[in-house]
Design a protein around this ligand. Structure first.
Ligand code: B12
Ligand code: SF4
Length: 518
């Protein structure tokens, strides 16, 4: 049987990296079945094109995975494929949180023939065999023989064939900038970001987060050895093919067990398996200076930190009181001292937020080392404690917000601001972080480093800007390049000056060598 695994995009912006679940399920599909992967973030297709593709390829089963944000599109695509007579199985966080919806058991239309609840590492092979026999069941849940929920162990972990997979769709650099970047140096022509998980689960239980509910509070890890092997394969490939390969450790809290993270990082260093990497780590865990040293030595370049708020009352409200705003600057400086950048993530619209919150956050950000701030509005994801609280308090204005996806639009009434004010604050936070002037300041603040670092920081800034201000067409890019022309000109001028100086120095040293070796 031919199987298509499909991951929808959100219809507006694109992720910079295909989703790991597809590669994982492909690796554990029983032999005798062929698996084709399409991530709409990397390969955009209309519903019609997709249905044509499914027909032409004679696909026998389509698996669709979706976050809540992509649910509307996922259902639409599923409907189109099912009307072509091909069965659809859906999985991932959203269907796990609201299983009745996909199966049409909540009074709405049915979108899937079957759903896979929770982690599908152990149920997927059964789903495939059942589908091949034409005996798909409606619900597949990871349970043991007593019917109790079972979280798969990550030991052993399937070997993902990164050494042979086509990695073109993992290129982080926007297409339009690639020719320019190749001129900076052949090494810079691509930056392929590969998702790797080292463990699952986070026990912290922040009120808005789905992770503790989905993966459970029992943390599970892969062996250090299997991760190091994966890194070594990727490193060998980067060496053989040129270009840059980086890794995104997709664990929700990569240092949730500091002892284990340190041991993994030490093993990476000992094996010489360092590649540039990104991971998400909560600020409280970065108090450990030895951990930060190991992060730097093992190739860590960017850390995503869920700061959420600079207001301790807000943090306590969402059960994230372990974040201490007074420590943020210390943590960020400590990272910057080791040339590690931070993606600082904030939530706007928390219960204690009032008008002016964006400016208050921006003021703090301007006092920190240059990084990449991101902002979202407080979003009640189904089945989170936050959703239940807002529902009970009658504050949900769009209780099924995912069925009509609206980017950056509130689904509930904030407490101390209106919805319109919250939207304005969110907009202000993005403008204040990624205006041409702010980009210039952030790049200028890095002038102690080489021009390469600044060019890279600037390009990443432009990409991050695109999370809020969609940049999917050539026109969008031309506009953003025009707005930032002064920074681009200054960086280009400096690059030329440095290259000339380097050439001259080289000339002098060649002459000197000639003189000593006549
Ligand atoms: C990496 C990541 C991203 C990446 C992009 C995704 C990528 N390319 O990998 C980035 C950083 C861009 C991102 C962005 C966002 N993310 Co995100 N992200 C993650 C993260 C950390 C890891 C995903 C992952 O690979 N996990 C490991 C794999 C193996 O797990 P999995 O995907 O769940 O797959 C398993 C099962 O779900 C199941 N499964 C999944 N799909 C399917 C399909 C079928 C057919 C079957 C059978 C089974 C199945 O099988 C897999 C193996 O067991 C998760 C949290 C987490 N730990 O999962 C959050 C998470 C998915 N993100 C989340 C959110 C909210 C977002 C944002 C909306 C954040 C924001 N405010 O902007 C954005 C939206 C992006 C967009 N384009 O619109 C939420 C989603 C909650 C929800 N209910 O939707 C999560 C769960 C985190 C959280 N704190 O709650 N994200
Ligand atoms: S620390 Fe991060 S992953 Fe863990 S519960 Fe909180 S938000 Fe979710």
């Amino acid at each position: 049987m031919k199987i298509l695994l499909y991951n929808p995009d959100n219809g507006v912006t694109r992720n910079f990296m295909p989703h790991l679940w597809m590669f994982l399920l492909q690796a554990i599909t029983p032999p005798d079945h062929e698996v084709i992967l399409i991530d709409a973030n990397a390969r955009a297709m209309s519903d019609d094109e997709l249905v044509q593709f499914v027909r032409k390829q004679k696909i026998g089963l389509v698996g669709i995975g979706a976050m809540t944000r992509m649910a509307e599109k996922a259902y639409r695509v599923a409907d189109a494929i099912r009307s072509a007579g091909v069965p659809v199985v859906m999985g991932g966080p959203h269907v796990t949180e609201v299983p009745d919806e996909a199966l049409g058991r909540d009074g709405g239309p049915r979108h899937a023939d079957a759903i896979a609840l929770g982690e599908a590492d152990e149920t997927w092979p059964t789903i495939v065999e059942d589908a091949a026999r034409g005996e798909l069941k409606e619900i597949y849940a990871p349970v043991d023989s007593d019917g109790k929920e079972r979280k798969p162990s990550l030991q052993p972990y399937p070997a993902l064939p990164w050494e042979t997979l086509n990695l073109d769709q993992f290129d982080f650099f926007p297409r339009i900038l690639r020719p320019l970047l190749s001129r900076v140096g052949q090494r810079w022509r691509t930056l392929r970001l590969i998702p790797i998980e080292s463990g699952r689960g986070c026990p912290y239980g922040c009120e808005f987060c789905t992770v503790t509910g989905f993966f459970g509070d029992s943390i599970r890890f892969r062996t250090n050895q299997s991760i190091v092997e994966e890194l070594l394969k990727l490193k060998a490939r980067a060496k053989a093919e040129g270009g840059l390969i980086g890794v995104f450790f997709v664990d929700d809290n990569f240092a949730i067990s500091i002892k284990r993270t340190k041991s993994l990082l030490r093993d990476i260093i000992a094996a010489g398996a360092q590649l540039p990497w990104i991971a998400q780590i909560s600020a409280n865990l970065l108090r450990d200076e030895e951990l930060v040293d190991l992060i730097a030595q093992s190739g860590g370049k960017v850390i995503f930190i869920g700061m959420e708020s600079i207001d301790p009352v807000n943090l306590k409200d969402v059960n994230k009181g372990f974040n201490k705003p007074e420590e943020y600057a210390m943590v960020l400086n400590r990272l910057a001292e080791r040339s590690i950048c931070a993606i600082t993530s904030f939530i706007i619209g928390l219960d204690n937020d009032t008008p002016g919150v964006a400016e208050r956050i921006l003021e703090q950000i301007r006092s920190w080392p240059s990084g990449f701030p991101v902002f979202g509005q407080l979003t009640p994801f189904p089945s989170t404690p936050l959703y239940k609280r807002l529902l009970a308090d009658g504050r949900l204005i769009r209780p099924k917000h995912w069925l009509k996806f609206e980017r950056y639009s509130m689904a509930h009434k904030p407490l101390k601001m209106t919805v319109a004010e919250t939207h304005r604050e969110l907009h202000q936070a993005w403008v204040g972080s990624y205006s041409a002037q702010r980009n210039a300041e952030a790049v200028q603040a890095l002038s102690y480093g080489g021009v390469g670092i600044r060019v890279f920081h600037f390009i990443v800034r432009l990409a991050f800007r695109g999370i809020y201000f969609p940049q999917t067409t050539k026109r969008d890019w031309v506009k953003v390049i025009f707005e930032n022309r002064r920074t681009i000109f200054n960086l280009a001028q400096e690059a030329v000056r440095r290259t000339r100086a380097k050439r001259q120095n080289l000339g002098i040293s060649i002459q000197a060598t000639d003189q000593t070796h006549p």
